[in-house]
Write a protein that binds this ligand. Structure first.
Ligand code: HEM
Length: 138
């Protein structure tokens, strides 16, 4: 029999949505993280749900709407330091644990998510900071 996809092992769309909701509660309560995010957290939250589903092997609804993720570029408007990358990962891990994502699945996920989060660090770099909004990138 085929192995269930990572997305299925994660718990599917319901688990992704619950994890992202919980992650955002943690971000909102984090005095280092909250100021990095815009006042309205809802649009980013919706995008992270779509992206994570796609990244885990679910439907590609993020790219249907926004094109190529180009995640590092999309983060340039936000100044992200090493501490923020570490906190992002910690909140994500805690949100996954709280929502029942099995530890073996998390191990798999964080093998790729760890380097990805550190790749987002852009503090002190001379990068273009203008916002891209909902631009569809190629
Ligand atoms: C390293 C620490 C990180 C910080 C501080 C951070 C912060 C942010 C902020 C402030 C936004 C903008 C939200 C908005 O426009 O409302 C954002 C967007 C986003 N982040 Fe992160 N992020 C980090 C890492 C990551 C990682 C590792 C991923 C991948 C799983 C990710 C996925 C996304 C996605 C998909 C968006 C929406 C992009 C768009 O279409 O505009 N972020 N992030």
């Amino acid at each position: 029999m085929d192995q269930p996809s990572l997305f299925a092992q994660f718990g599917g769309r319901a688990a992704v949505e619950a994890v992202v909701e919980d992650f955002y509660v943690r971000v909102e309560a984090d005095a280092h993280m909250r100021p990095i995010y815009p006042e309205d957290l809802e649009p980013g939250k919706a995008k992270l749900k779509l992206f994570l589903e796609q990244w885990l092997g679910g439907e590609a609804r993020y790219s249907d709407l926004y094109g190529h993720p180009r995640l590092r570029r999309r983060h340039f408007p936000f100044v992200i330091d090493d501490l923020a990358a570490g906190r992002w990962l910690r909140h994500m891990r805690e949100a996954m644990t709280a929502n029942g994502v099995p530890s073996g699945v998390q191990a798999h996920v964080f093998e790729r998510l760890g380097p990805l989060a550190h790749h987002m660090v852009n503090a002190g770099e001379n990068v273009p900071r203008e916002a891209l909004g909902d631009a569809r990138l190629s």
